[in-house]
Write a protein that binds this ligand. Structure first.
Ligand SMILES: [Zn+2]
Length: 289
């Protein structure tokens, strides 16, 4: 008799208190599989991850692969939501939160900070689109979803270079005390284009140039400072703390002041007008409603 197909069930997470955030994979063909024990259990919000292993005595055991992240920190909460949203194929994290969780991005971050339970509509989605797989021995059978094949994304070649450029951008992002989605997206895109690995949550803080070896390539130093200046202008206004960070790196990397002024003028014009355009559009929309 066939052991049956693998299937997934959603569970509430006991760590981050998010409803239906935990994906439990059951595979009857797994050597350690017993009814009611998943072979893999992962929370899409806090990242807590357990895998079923067979211990030395031959007993199945759920092994903690990754502990849950502490999402009471603003930074960790933003990263967790970015990751989940991206995993679901939604680049707009705020939209993802509004569509699937019980509030906007800032509301969900605040709820995580206060350790409040977070309702989601993932159960509802499962009911609306019932899967073809069945699991008669499982109490929450209505939440069964077929497991898609793992997505293999082409990875760009990663330079084995020190993380200096990534950390310069991390410093600009962290300088005003808030991690903004558009700033982070800009930094990650720039790093990918330059062949660097993306920023890790643990790297986002204000770094001093003296802490990091300067990039060897002069052109790369210029491109990085230029990107840092554009990053600082993204929301249409720059912060003094952002400028302090950029000047610290630019001085120690030998970027001429005239060049900085020139880039600043370019991005000031471009982003201030973009920002005003968005504001004008928003105002027009508000007037219409
Ligand atoms: Zn969790």
């Amino acid at each position: 008799m066939s052991a049956g197909l693998p299937y997934e069930i959603l569970e509430d997470c006991p760590h981050c208190l998010t409803e239906s955030a935990v994906l439990c994979l059951f595979d009857p063909a797994h050597p350690a599989s017993t009814p009611g024990t998943p072979i893999d259990r992962r929370c899409r919000m806090c990242g807590a991850h357990q895998v079923l292993i067979v211990d030395e005595a031959g007993h199945p055991n759920l092994f903690s692969h990754t502990p849950p992240s502490d999402l009471t920190s603003l930074e960790a909460a933003h990263f967790a939501l970015e990751r989940w949203s991206k995993e679901e194929g939604e680049p707009d994290v705020d939209l993802f939160c509004r569509a699937n969780l019980s509030g906007s991005l800032p509301e969900i971050v605040a709820m995580l900070g206060q350790r409040q339970p977070i309702a989601t509509n993932f159960d509802v989605i499962q009911y609306l689109f019932p899967a073809t797989a069945t699991a008669s021995n499982v109490s929450k059978a209505a939440e069964v979803v077929p497991r898609p094949p793992p997505k293999l994304e082409p990875t760009p070649p990663i330079r084995p270079e020190p993380r200096t450029i990534a950390r310069l951008l991390a410093s600009v992002i962290a300088a005003d005390g808030r991690i903004r989605k558009d700033e982070l997206a800009y930094a990650q895109k720039f790093l990918r284009m330059e062949g660097h690995a993306e920023l890790l949550p643990s790297e986002i803080r204000i770094w001093r140039s003296a802490e990091l070896p300067p990039p060897n390539d002069r052109e790369a130093r210029f491109r990085a400072i230029q990107a840092a200046i554009e990053l600082a202008h993204l929301n249409g206004e720059t912060d003094e703390s952002e400028w302090n960070v950029i000047h610290d790196f630019a001085r120690s990397w030998g970027i001429p002041e005239e060049q900085m002024v020139d880039w600043n003028r370019t991005y000031e014009k471009r982003h201030a007008s973009l920002f005003k355009g968005v504001l004008a559009q928003l105002t027009a929309m508000i007037r219409l409603h």
